[in-house]
Design a protein around this ligand. Structure first.
Ligand code: NOJ
Length: 760
């Protein structure tokens, strides 16, 4: 076939598939209207009501909602969705009631927090973001969707796309870090992964961009706390990943618990109706967060549940998760004329639309195939996917004297730390369907390297007593009885590998911290071992950035291994022993001290940035700490070295509407093959709304053999030069722009160009 014919065929096929999609969606709209016309008001409101299942709970248990009452409501058609019901048997049981007993037989949409894997657990989302590998992240989400869908789930409350600059906030583990550009790319990749090309496939599920919006800016990093941010931050930092998720076709949004500048986001009309459903044209539905409609009363925004329901529906919250106010209040509110039924119809249309798209009306048991569940859940395909993702997520923070990789033979390795032998903590928070204690530990995986002698000592526990997703844990702050044995083992060893950090449930929802050091006695353990043998490799296992200035100063090798999921130990051992060359880069700044938080690279310049009148005190700084982070955004080492040179711009000046090409040469100057994340940053030197000192605007993953070079090119178009003003209007302003390219946000080559006010 000639190229021209091939192109014409491709164009015709594209047109045909878009015509098919259009006619499918017209068909769905007709079916929705037909169904809606047959629904009573109670049945409509029922579609807007979501109940928790019967065992797992992921929020405070409400007073209402006995199992008997839930069954009764299911039969009456008063429940549109359930969450925390999983496994084919359980899903089938509730679906059967909805479909076979309720008058109209409308199927339920079944939601679960499939945040990083279903039963087979992938790295926590923050770790995955450290890979900067969008293909791998998309694949990871696709595998999670396939596994969850095989277990009856057809909707995940993920991705969380909240930008956060505050490591105290336990939920940084669930997002993609501090940057809206990276966050947007990751958001879109995750949505594509979960939803695939065909939502009705039994291997894909609906995704949910959450928490709309600004939840990651909770004051003091305390979960559920108030958010007060300016509109420049809202439009430029917070909203872009949500917009990216919407553009990628995400079918649902979740609002949140927080106030945004005095208004609960669950009742925020500007966000939900005007921006999301208006400006962005989102035609899926918005679910509230757990009881967040009712919590508008606690906030002091409304006097009671009746008013809460009214405000929430008016603002555009379509589905009530566990506050019961929609079911209890909306029918009366409509009947007495306080709420327009058109708002109810709009919400119901949105919810039904997603159910139709999922194929639930064609076959409500589409996700309920016992055979598929058996073959897919926990399969080798899943394990391979999470191992690949885990290796890609590791960030090498320090490697003085090339202590790493470790020699594979003839060495005695002292492996120390409770986390090295803990099969639970690598699963992180949010792994509702995983078996507890099911991760491969570092201890297990290092034992495969039989050329060395491995000696394990716990040293000290991280936490004591029972551990649980729903209770506060008790940190071990006193028991150092294992120190002596750990020190003795280190003394006799060639190298000591310490696995230290956080227990799985020391980060995640409701796990805010005021300190960012190693919890409990682990810092003392680290220092004691180091005093006995300075050949220490510190492997960090944590759900948030930690502030470890002593380790950064003294410990020769530091590996950031986050919470890497089911295959964690293998990924870590392969990196430690050099069977995998790490390539991750930090998606968040690591502070030197908790006092620097919030710390982030895309900050504004102060009027008194250093060096400002050198020798005087009158500039923006701390008197007891540096301004810079310990490890900056975008930072991460490799076992090989990369050299950047020859940064070139295609022009010194461009006009409005013109593109600019940036090229840079990258060479692998080391002795191993490696992968580098080449990062492009821009700085708009002056603007009507002041721009940050640098902002990520592009990145490329480049694999190079030893000695190999490549020229990497970026195209800068006008969208990359734009920003939002304080009313949310997108602007491009003429002026000077600095271009920076490098292997982290601080290690860059620079050039400058001018954007002229003239042009298209
Ligand atoms: C509360 C959390 O904030 C939200 O992210 C989660 O999806 C729901 N609980 C359901 O578990």
């Amino acid at each position: 076939m000639s190229l021209r014919i091939f192109r014409s065929v491709a164009v015709i096929m594209c047109m045909m598939s878009s015509i098919t999609l259009q006619s499918q969606s017209m068909e769905i709209e007709q079916k929705i209207e037909d169904l809606l016309s047959r629904m009573t008001l109670e049945e409509k409101v029922g579609q807007m009501n979501q109940y928790n299942g019967f065992w797992n709970t992921t929020g405070p248990a409400p007073k209402q909602g006995s199992a008997a009452e839930k069954y009764e409501h299911l039969e009456k058609g008063w429940v549109g969705s359930m969450l925390n019901v999983r496994g084919v048997e359980e899903v089938r049981a509730v679906q059967k009631i909805a479909v076979e007993k309720s008058r109209l037989g409308i199927p339920l949409i079944i939601g679960l927090d499939v945040v990083h894997g279903y039963k087979t657990i992938s790295p926590i989302p923050l770790a995955e973001a450290a890979s900067w590998d969008l293909e791998a992240i998309q694949h990871s989400a696709a595998m999670a969707a396939k596994e969850a869908a095989a277990a009856g789930v057809n909707w995940t409350f993920a991705p969380m796309v909240d930008i956060s600059r505050d490591a105290r906030w336990g939920r940084v583990m669930e997002g993609a870090g501090e940057d809206p550009f990276l966050g947007s790319k990751v958001a879109a990749a995750r949505v594509r992964g979960f939803q695939g090309d065909d939502l009705s496939s039994p291997s894909t599920i609906a995704a949910c961009a959450k928490h709309f919006a600004a939840y990651g800016f909770a004051t003091g990093g305390r979960d559920y706390n108030t958010v007060d941010i300016g509109t420049a931050t809202l439009y430029n930092m917070v909203l872009p990943p949500f917009k990216a998720a919407s553009d990628a076709g995400v079918r649902t949004f979740m609002n949140g618990f927080n106030l945004l500048n005095g208004v609960p986001v669950t009742g925020h009309k500007l966000l939900q109706r005007d921006i999301l459903k208006g400006e962005w044209g989102f035609d899926g539905f918005v679910v509230s967060d757990w009881r967040s409609i009712g919590e508008m009363v606690n906030h002091g925004y409304v006097p009671d549940g009746r008013e809460a329901a009214k405000r929430a529906v008016e603002a555009g919250s379509d589905l009530d998760m566990e506050s019961y106010h929609y079911l209890e209040e909306l029918p009366a509110l409509v009947r007495d004329g306080s709420v327009d039924e058109a708002l109810i119809d709009d919400a119901v249309r949105r919810i039904l639309r997603v159910k139709f798209e999922l194929g639930l009306f064609d076959d409500p048991y589409r996700y309920c195939d016992e055979e598929r569940e058996k073959t897919v859940v926990g399969s080798e395909e899943m394990e391979q996917a999470v191992l690949d993702m885990a290796r890609k997520s590791i960030v090498l923070l320090k490697n003085e004297g090339d202590l790493l990789p470790l020699k594979q033979t003839g060495q005695t390795v002292a492996l120390i730390g409770a986390l090295a032998d803990d099969p639970d903590s690598p699963l992180g928070s949010w792994r509702l369907a995983a078996d507890d204690n099911s991760a491969i530990t570092v201890r297990q995986a290092m034992a495969f390297y039989e050329g060395n002698t491995l000696v394990y000592e716990k040293g000290a526990d991280v936490v004591v007593g029972p551990t649980s997703f729903v209770r506060d844990l008790e940190t071990n702050t006193t028991d150092k009885s294992g120190f002596d044995a750990a020190v003795a083992a280190a003394k006799k060893a060639d190298v000591a590998v310490l696995v230290l950090g956080e227990h799985a449930f020391q980060s995640g929802e409701a796990r805010s911290r005021t300190e960012l050091g190693l919890p409990g006695v682990q810092q003392e353990l680290l220092e004691a071992v180091y005093a006995a043998n300075s050949n220490v490799v510190l492997v960090l296992q944590n759900g948030r950035p930690l502030a470890l200035p002593w380790a950064a100063e003294n410990i020769p090798a530091i590996v950031e291994a986050w919470q890497l999921g089911s295959q964690s130990g293998h990924a870590i051992a392969q990196v430690l022993y050099g069977d995998y060359n790490p390539s991750g880069k930090l998606p968040v700044s690591f502070p030197r001290s908790v006092g620097q938080v919030p710390i982030y690279y895309n900050r504004h310049s102060t009027g008194r940035a250093a060096p400002f009148d050198p020798g005087t005190v009158f500039w923006s700084h701390y008197i007891d700490e540096e301004n810079t982070p310990q490890y900056p955004f975008g930072y991460g080492l490799s076992y090989t070295d990369f050299e950047y040179s020859n940064l070139q711009l295609s022009a010194k000046t461009i006009n409005r509407g013109e593109d600019l090409t940036v090229t840079v040469d990258l060479k692998n100057t080391g002795e191993r093959a490696g992968r580098e994340v080449v990062q492009l940053y821009l700085h708009d030197r002056y603007a009507s709304v002041v721009r940050p000192v640098k902002e990520l605007k592009g990145f490329e993953l480049v694999e190079l053999a030893p000695g190999e070079s490549r020229t990497v090119a970026f195209t800068i178009d006008e969208s990359l030069l734009s920003f939002y003003d304080r009313s949310g209007k997108q602007l491009v302003e003429a002026g000077l722009f600095d271009v920076m390219v490098g292997g982290s946000s601080v290690d860059v080559l620079g050039a400058t160009f001018e954007l002229k006010a003239t042009g298209n």
